[in-house]
Design a protein around this ligand. Structure first.
Ligand SMILES: *Cc1c(COP(=O)(O)O)cnc(C)c1O
Length: 222
């Protein structure tokens, strides 16, 4: 068994069955993805539209591609035919564009609302006010081609696990509080946890973790 498959195995035994593992393959070559795929893994995460589309066109059609990065509105059209779940819906404008393009393609776009839970100013995500604004539109009517599956967030990048835990706990509460308003029975996904904080995320109720470097090794951006 190769290194990637070995690491995947470790995670599969570590994680509860109720938690979906998204293997974050951004910057990694197709060979690494195929090693995981051959070991039975189907969920992969990418953060750049061009890279995801290129990989989707070359690799097996039953792979479930997760768009985990910031999505620009002018790329929605390109990504929709290939994507299984969009994790980073962080504005009303993006949501409107997803609705528009999904209607044109006559498909349902499955999305997670990305919430801002970290202290850093730079991280993307909705605040509660923006979330309320989406709810006030009556999303089921306004966005008939969008399936709201749940929420996603990134915690503050810190060693302080207490702070991370508080942020995840806040997200979990928000996710549950909004279940009734969004639910058409498919509001069931809470995407939180990465290589450095997945254990805390799972303890706080994550149903989907996004693990990159702990499976594929450190990324080289050069
Ligand atoms: C890159 C990335 C991950 C994976 O990060 P690792 O620390 O390598 O596990 C998870 N989520 C998002 C949104 C990312 O961009």
């Amino acid at each position: 068994m190769g290194k990637v498959a070995e690491k995947l195995n470790v995670f599969q035994t570590l994680l509860p069955e109720s938690v979906t593992l998204v293997a974050v393959s951004k910057t990694k070559p197709n060979e690494d993805i195929m090693e995981a795929y051959s070991a039975g893994h189907l969920d992969f995460g990418e953060n750049k539209v061009q890279e995801m589309v290129a990989k989707a066109e070359e690799l097996p059609g039953d792979i479930r591609w997760h768009m985990i990065g910031h999505l620009q509105r002018n790329k929605v059209k390109q990504v929709l035919p290939h994507v299984h779940l969009i994790h980073g819906v962080d504005s009303m404008r993006l949501l409107k564009e997803i609705q528009k393009q999904a209607a044109k393609l006559d498909l349902k776009a499955h999305v997670l609302l990305q919430m801002h839970i970290a202290k850093e100013e730079t991280k993307y995500g909705l605040d509660e006010e923006e979330l309320e604004a989406i709810l006030e539109t009556n999303p089921a009517e306004k966005f008939p081609n969008v399936v709201f599956r749940g929420m996603m967030a990134m915690a503050t990048f810190t060693e302080d696990q207490d702070r991370i835990r508080k942020e995840f706990s806040y997200l979990k509460n928000l996710f549950e509080a909004k279940a009734v308003e969004f639910s058409k029975g498919q509001w069931n996904t809470l995407s939180m946890g990465m290589s450095n904080d997945f254990a805390t995320a799972v303890e706080e109720g994550s149903t989907m973790v996004r693990i990159g470097s702990a499976i594929f090794g450190e990324r080289n951006y050069s």
